[in-house]
Design a protein around this ligand. Structure first.
Ligand code: A3P
Length: 302
């Protein structure tokens, strides 16, 4: 397989996307062996699009009759510890016993490369995808990789170099446009199976989206729960400010060995304006026009 120098490591170019090496072996086993259950909920994202938030929300909604917000495992464990990445799960064991795993699972794999059993029309498993505008994804990704870089042997990567690579599609599970469009198109043809969300819409009205998620996943909120403010409580619990202060997020480590705190930076829409030069913005606008023009998908940037 061809390789390209990534931010701080080499990515593999595989099935049209750039796979981080730490995911690659697990990805192959996941593709080959995963058999979806009808009860599975698959959270799919491009890194830095709101995965951590979506995991916390889905976990809270689906388990709300099992755990109250006073005794939820989210108080002590990070969302990535509770909702595993399938590629990681399958890298530890090529055939894990899914009966013993969480029913909520996550993946960064592009839609076209998902195992057939997830996409099978007869499978009732659900997919939730969260998309974020490309400028914030890029800025978030650049910071994330910078935080994880080991200065003793990694060279600093300027924002210009990072931008250049992002534009070439060389970032974890990139190119951005292929990843987003793959799930977007699939959600248009199969809206009962795939819920396509936008990070910016969640920021704008999280209460509405918590209800939508509940409905879509088969855990609708009753009138009584709504009257008691359960939806608002979940939304507040999973907010950036609250979640980042949880013990598991302040001091815990993700299954990949990263401190969970690196998944929380500032969690806003529009931080790109503090980092991108006008020429970079111009490029992103052009990219969106070229790649998304006919798709019906639009983005919010502030
Ligand atoms: P920023 O770097 O822009 O702050 P992912 O979880 O896919 O890795 O994405 C991480 C991004 O989501 C980071 O964005 C992070 O701060 C933000 N994030 C994490 N938890 C969040 C939450 N509860 N609400 C909103 N944004 C959140």
């Amino acid at each position: 397989l061809p390789k390209a120098k990534g931010y701080n490591r080499s990515y593999y170019f595989y099935q049209g996307f750039w796979c981080p090496p730490s995911y690659f072996r697990g990805l192959l086993s996941f593709q080959k062996h995963f058999q979806a259950f009808d009860t599975h909920i698959i959270l799919a994202t491009l890194p830095k699009s709101g995965t951590t938030w979506l995991k916390a929300l889905t976990f809270s909604i689906a388990n709300r009759h099992k755990f109250s917000l006073q005794d939820t495992p989210l108080l002590n464990f990070g969302p990535h510890n509770l909702v595993p990445f399938l590629e990681k799960l399958y890298s530890e064991n090529p055939c894990p016993n899914l009966e013993n795993c969480s029913r909520i699972l996550s993946t960064h794999t592009p839609y076209a490369s998902l195992p057939p059993s997830i996409k099978d029309e007869n499978s009732k498993c659900k997919i939730v995808y969260v998309c974020r505008n490309p400028m914030d994804v890029f800025v978030s990704h650049w910071h994330f990789v910078g935080k994880l870089r080991r200065p003793e042997y990694m060279e600093q990567l300027s924002i210009d170099e990072g931008f250049e690579m992002f534009c070439q599609g060389i970032h974890g599970f990139g190119p951005y446009s292929d990843h987003v469009l793959g799930y977007w198109k699939a959600s248009q043809t199969n809206p009962n199976k795939i819920l396509f969300l936008k990070y910016e819409d969640l920021k704008e009205d999280i209460v509405f989206h918590v209800k939508e998620l509940g409905k879509f996943l088969g855990f609708p909120f009753s009138k009584e729960e709504e009257d008691q403010g359960v939806v608002e409580e979940i939304a507040k619990f999973c907010s950036f400010d609250n979640l980042k202060e949880m013990e598991g997020n302040k001091n815990g480590k993700s299954p990949s060995g990263f401190p969970n705190s690196v998944f929380f930076r500032n969690g806003v829409v529009g931080d790109w304006s503090n980092f991108l030069k006008p020429s970079m913005v111009e490029h992103f606008v052009k990219l969106i026009q070229e790649k998304f023009d006919q798709s019906g998908l639009t983005f919010k940037f502030s």
